[in-house]
Write a protein that binds this ligand. Sequence first.
Ligand SMILES: NC(=O)c1ccc[n+]([C@@H]2O[C@H](COP(=O)([O-])OP(=O)(O)OC[C@H]3O[C@@H](n4cnc5c(N)ncnc54)[C@H](O)[C@@H]3O)[C@@H](O)[C@H]2O)c1
Length: 384
Amino acid sequence: MTDATTASQQRTTDVTRTGPVGVGVIGAGVISDQYLSNLTVFPDVRVVFIADIDLPRAAAQAEKWGVPESGTVEELLAHDEIEIVVNLTIPAAHVDVATRAVQAGKHVWGEKPFALDRESGRALLAAAAAAGKRVCVAPDTFLGAGLQTGLRTIRDGRIGRPLNALTIMQSPGPESWHPSPEFLFAVGGGPLFDIGPYYLTTLVQAFGPVAKVSATASKARATRTIGSGPKAGTEFPVEVPTHYSALIEFENGGSAQSIFSFESAQPRAGFVEIEGEQGTVVFPDPNNFDGDSTLWTFGQEGPETIPAVGSTYSRGTGVVELARAIRADVPERVPGELAFHVLDIMVSIAEAADRGEAIAVTSTVTPSDVLPDGWDPAAATLTE
Ligand SMILES: NC(=O)c1ccc[n+]([C@@H]2O[C@H](COP(=O)([O-])OP(=O)(O)OC[C@H]3O[C@@H](n4cnc5c(N)ncnc54)[C@H](O)[C@@H]3O)[C@@H](O)[C@H]2O)c1
């Protein structure tokens, strides 16, 4: 049995519940505002609890977003109304928190990366399967209007068979704006693990699963300095490479060259270009939910703009898609197997750079179906 089938084959769903799905958020840090701004208005989910190891932080977010209760992780996991735990902790805590959640009988939506290594990632998939729960992990940006439109362009045959791709994400790094950026330069961070999931998930949706990777990596500075918030001016260690250049080969043929870098004074993010037998499509930034695509076709003058069609709501979109899938007892579009495959690709890129040799990626996954026309996370579809 492959990693891709383990969890889904053993999954069971609690079909006795109806109506909006209860949500508990663990991790009340920087990204929780974006999630809560959407999850507190989407009618198909109901946020009932926020937990954090920093209790005042959890309480402040609960008050800010009108969430009825806050407290410890243990209290959240014991809350009967909660069916989905939204895990917004730092990468080093992802597997532990998610494992405790599935063992407490909750489904999980988590922030990326899925895990820090393959072993703990596999163990989490197995724990979810054993509990009959779903463990889904960001990004859900490909459910947004921008990437859905780009992916439809490919699936409608507008560029023919995809042949190769070029993706570029380069920036000076996030320590200038994030008030606690240490985790972004520790194991599970760096440009590959922090931003790579957006680009690699998009490539897997466009080309299918990855078979093999080669890479080089570098680290320009041993320390960085926090640029904002109460710890501004504090130096901290850089534990992982801050530049990767990867060559990615897909199971079905085709390849991509990808740069992931926190080493560049010139920001150049969001570049995803896919060349096909009949044309080229340029996607919008895969870290966003919106943006038009651009299509170039052989024999036609000038590019064609393909306007984005679909939902432009941001983070939290995947939680609603999961909530509806739970109620309908159908597979979700952002399964744990997808995030595990992306983790496997990232670990393989890091190993390839480290060892100076190509690494076979052994996990696999099937790209998700595009969303139906008119799919709207803000619609009320789950009635009591
Ligand atoms: N900041 C962003 O712009 C952004 C964007 C997309 C995704 N993410 C992802 O979201 C996650 C969180 O990022 P952030 O920027 O909000 O980090 P953050 O450091 O601001 O917040 C993390 C929160 O989790 C809490 N926490 C840590 N370990 C915990 C545990 N074991 N139990 C309970 N709470 C715990 C911390 O106290 C903190 O409040 C990361 O995985 C990151 O990759 C962040």
